[in-house]
Design a protein around this ligand. Structure first.
Ligand SMILES: NC(=O)c1ccc[n+]([C@@H]2O[C@H](COP(=O)([O-])OP(=O)(O)OC[C@H]3O[C@@H](n4cnc5c(N)ncnc54)[C@H](O)[C@@H]3O)[C@@H](O)[C@H]2O)c1
Length: 402
């Protein structure tokens, strides 16, 4: 037993601790909001692997997969255990809560904590599929966002950067001071230099996704009709210089090219499909690191209010398409588009107008900052309705299955 009262301590958008009870309640709320499958899958549901299962879109994929598509299988993520002075990372507690929900729903879901980029993790997942899931996998969702990747073949470690390509880029950005007051300022980001683009593609491009498929194919685990999706983002012209036209955009283009090549291979191999799923903007630990994205997302919510579609709703749609409940609808480049609500012309026009007017004085009226601030806190289990933050909470939650 190691119970403590945990208060938020943060540097910018990064919090030192996370709140176990808040993380659990957040997962429970997401679960309640996901529509159950229309028809309960007969017998055991499809076997799925979700890479990046503890946060953001991967967590949404796991929860929507379990509840909507009736999946069982394996979730992989990279989280830190509780320590002597710090709590575990939020994803650790979210995974414990997700595992409990899966068990209560009668879904056999195994969670593995470690480096998805490594070969031993791929072998471990293959072993679990072999031993526990009759040697087959029907779906794989790839939703990793990471700053670094070590290539198992060469041992070289690559680092991903968020930089424009060609020229420096000045953008408005949103930060909060220590008292939580908003500050709209300009930041300049220097352009990619040297091998910045190659390094970012090596981390966030499609290479590791393909390696997962190769590994599972070599082990003979891909079921007939296997489908796989990797997450991607296009986003607004307002963020294009730093995102889609920047180093991370080069990585996303690589993921999308990988999908097209994998799609051909899988069609031949098992009558399967590979797609990218282009999702809308969401407040996640990774997205808040992108210059300008906090301002953009706060304004987007100011324009859309509740019309901003939550990741779990988007992933419910994706699962329906991956499992054939609804037809797989692809754009001209082989991508499932779940970002139409964000990129609609009238929405982008309204966000651009607000962006032009945004200053420290006006941002409170133009964007939904209460929502944005709360979303950032919720990434760590704070600001979750219904949680008593004055009560001690147990921080030594074991990893599921341990
Ligand atoms: N956040 C957005 O606005 C947005 C929009 C569209 C698409 N996407 C895409 O969704 C994907 C996921 O992004 P996110 O924002 O949900 O990220 P996130 O930071 O919320 O989650 C990242 C996940 O990856 C896991 N992870 C990181 N490194 C790992 C490693 N080495 N091994 C195993 N797991 C590891 C983490 O544990 C976590 O589960 C990315 O491809 C991103 O581009 C994000």
């Amino acid at each position: 037993m190691n119970q403590r009262v945990i208060s938020p301590r943060n540097r910018g958008f990064l919090f030192l601790d996370s709140h176990p009870a808040g993380c659990r309640e957040l997962v429970n709320t997401m679960w309640r909001d996901i529509p159950a499958s229309r028809a309960e899958p007969a017998g055991d549901g499809p076997v799925a692997v979700v890479i990046g299962s503890s946060a953001g879109y991967g967590l949404a994929a796991t929860l929507a997969g379990l509840k909507r598509a009736g999946i069982r299988g394996v979730g992989v993520c990279f989280e830190k255990a509780p320590g002597a002075r710090r709590t575990a990372t939020a994803g650790w507690y979210r995974t414990a809560a997700t595992s409990d929900l899966a068990r209560a729903a009668g879904r056999d879901m195994v969670f593995l904590n470690g480096d998805a980029f490594s070969d031993p993790m791929k072998d471990q997942v293959a072993d679990v599929l072999q031993e526990r899931f009759q040697g087959r996998v029907d779906h794989l969702v790839y939703s990793v966002a990471a700053p670094r990747r070590t290539d198992p073949d060469t041992g070289a470690t690559y680092a991903s950067v968020l930089k424009p390509i060609g020229a420096a880029h000045r953008t408005k950005t949103l930060v909060f001071d220590e008292d939580g007051n908003p500050d709209v300022r300009e930041v300049e980001t220097e352009p990619a230099l040297g091998d910045d683009i190659e390094q970012t593609v090596a981390v966030m491009g499609g290479t590791d996704w393909e390696r997962w498929i190769d590994r599972l194919a070599t082990r003979g685990l891909l079921a007939e009709g296997f489908t796989t999706a990797a997450l991607s983002y296009i986003g607004s012209p307002l963020t294009a210089a730093i995102y889609r036209q920047g180093t991370i955009g080069a990585a996303k283009a690589h993921v999308e090219a990988t999908a097209r090549a994998l799609d051909e291979r899988l069609a031949r191999l098992v009558g399967g499909r590979a797609v990218t799923s282009v999702n809308g903007a969401a407040v996640t630990q990774s997205s808040t690191a992108v210059p300008g994205i906090a301002l953009y997302t706060g304004l987007l919510r100011g324009v859309l209010g509740d019309g901003l579609i939550a990741p779990s709703d988007q992933l419910t749609d994706l699962w329906d398409q991956l499992t054939g409940v609804t037809p797989l609808v692809l754009d001209g480049e082989g991508r499932v588009r779940l970002d139409g609500w964000e990129l609609a012309d009238e929405v982008q026009r309204a966000v651009a107008e607000r962006w032009a007017k945004a200053t420290t004085d006006t941002i409170g009226d133009l964007g939904d900052l209460d929502w944005f601030r709360a979303e950032v806190q919720r990434l760590y289990g704070f600001a979750v309705p219904g949680v008593d933050y004055t009560a001690p909470t147990e921080i030594d939650t074991p990893w599921p299955g341990c």
